[in-house]
Design a protein around this ligand. Structure first.
Ligand code: SF4
Length: 353
C-alpha cells in the first residue's frame, strides 16, 4: 500500500494544516490509517517539516513532501523579547502579512495571541494596525496555521483573539477555526485540551457580532476594547462608535451575559491626559452597571506617529494610571492591569502591524 502511495505523485501541493483526522485519512489513501494518525499528531504539535516526523520512514516522508505542504503560510520574521514574548510575522500565500504573538507570564503560563484580518478597517487612533488599513479577512485555515506555528515554538494554555483585525467581522472563519481547535484536535496545549474557557475574543464593539456570538456561540470569553465610556470622545478614538453607539453596545453586552453568564472584560487603553480623569473613571463605572465585568487597564503601548487631532499620543505615567485605577476601585470595580509585555519587539497590545 505504501509503495503504491510513493509512486502516486501529484502536481499541485495540498495543504495539510487544518485538516481533520478523518480528512487526512481520506486524502492519504492508500496509506494505512495509522499513518494519517501519526501525521495528524505531528501537525497538532506544530512540526516544521516532514523530515521532523521521525516515526515515518524516509521513503514515505519524501513522497509526502512531493505531494503535500504542511502550511500555506511561512514564518517570515521571528522576534523575541527578553520578557519571554515571541512575535512571528507570517507571509500568506497572496503575499499579505499578519502577526501572531506568544506571551509568557514569566512562569508556566503561555498565551497565544491570534490575528483575524490582514490589517483592520476600524481605524482606532491608538492602534498601529488601525493605521495600516484593511486588506482582507484571514481564512479559517490561516487562523489554524497561526496556532500551529506558535505551537512549534512552545505549548500554550490560553488563547486571546486580540491580534490584528476585528474578529467579529470575520466570525464565520473564526468559528470554523475554533470548532477545529477545541473539537478534540488538541492544538497548542501542554495538557492536550484547550477549553473554550481559556479562549478570549476581543472586539472593538461590533453590536451585530456580539448578538451573533450570543445566539450561535461559541460561548468563549468576551472582551470589549472600551477605552472610554465618554461617547463623544470614543467616537474620536474609535470611529466604530459612530455606527455602534455605547447605549446599544451595553444592551448587546447585557444580552450576551444573559445567554452566557461569563464575566466580560472591559479593556481600557490609558492615554495620557485623554481618558484617565476622575470623570472618565465615573463614566466607565456607570457604563458597567448591571454587567458582571472586570476592567483591564492597559497603559498605552507607544507607537510612533499616532495622534489625536494632531497631538501625539503618549502613555500615562505610573501615578496617572494609579489614580485612575484607584478611582475605579472606589466605585467598586474589579480592576486588573495588563503587564507591559513584548514592547521591544512591538508585540504588545496595539503595536502589531
Ligand atoms: S484596536 Fe483592534 S479593532 Fe481597533 S484598529 Fe486595532 S486591531 Fe482594529
Amino acid at each position: 500500500m505504501e509503495t503504491e502511495f510513493v509512486h502516486c505523485f501529484g502536481i499541485k501541493k495540498t495543504i495539510l494544516a487544518g485538516l481533520s483526522l478523518e480528512e487526512l485519512r481520506e486524502l492519504l489513501k492508500p496509506l494505512p490509517a495509522f499513518r494519517a494518525k501519526q501525521i495528524f499528531r505531528w501537525l497538532t504539535r506544530g512540526v516544521r517539516s516532514f523530515n521532523d516526523m521521525t516515526d515515518i520512514s524516509c521513503t514515505v516522508r519524501e513522497a509526502l513532501e512531493k505531494r503535500f505542504s504542511l502550511y500555506s503560510s511561512v514564518i517570515s520574521q521571528r522576534l523575541s523579547d527578553s520578557d519571554g514574548t515571541v512575535k512571528i510575522q507570517l507571509t500568506l500565500e497572496d503575499g499579505g502579512t499578519i502577526e501572531s504573538v506568544l506571551l509568557s507570564d514569566g512562569k508556566e503560563r503561555k498565551t497565544a495571541c491570534i490575528s483575524t484580518q490582514v490589517g483592520c478597517a476600524m481605524g482606532c487612533v491608538f492602534c498601529k494596525t488601525g493605521g495600516v488599513g484593511f486588506r482582507r479577512n484571514v481564512s479559517a485555515g490561516e487562523i489554524i496555521e497561526q496556532f500551529l506555528h506558535l505551537r512549534s515554538i512552545a505549548a500554550f494554555s490560553n488563547v486571546v483573539i486580540m491580534g490584528m483585525g476585528e474578529p467579529l467581522l470575520n466570525l464565520s472563519a473564526l468559528r470554523e477555526a475554533l470548532d477545529f481547535i477545541v473539537g478534540g484536535n488538541a492544538i497548542g496545549v501542554a495538557d492536550e485540551s484547550l477549553s473554550k474557557r481559556r479562549i478570549t475574543v476581543s472586539t472593538s464593539g461590533i453590536i451585530a457580532g456580539i448578538h451573533d456570538l450570543a445566539d450561535n456561540g461559541p460561548y468563549i470569553r468576551l472582551a470589549v476594547s472600551l477605552t472610554t465610556a465618554d461617547e463623544a470622545q470614543r467616537e474620536k478614538l474609535m470611529p466604530v462608535t459612530r455606527t455602534n453607539p455605547l447605549p446599544l453596545l451595553k444592551k448587546a453586552l447585557m444580552y450576551y451575559q444573559r445567554k452566557t453568564p461569563k464575566r466580560i472584560t472591559m479593556e481600557a487603553a490609558l492615554l495620557r491626559n485623554i481618558n484617565t480623569s476622575r470623570k472618565h473613571a465615573d463614566l466607565l463605572a456607570e457604563f458597567a452597571q448591571g454587567l458582571d465585568v472586570v476592567v483591564n487597564v492597559i497603559p498605552w503601548n507607544p507607537v510612533a506617529g499616532l495622534r489625536l487631532e494632531g497631538v501625539p499620543l503618549q502613555e500615562p505615567d505610573k501615578a496617572e494610571s494609579e489614580r485612575f485605577i484607584a478611582a475605579l476601585q472606589r466605585r467598586g470595580m474589579n480592576v486588573t492591569t495588563r503587564f507591559k509585555k513584548g514592547r521591544s519587539v512591538a508585540g504588545a497590545c496595539g503595536q502589531l502591524g
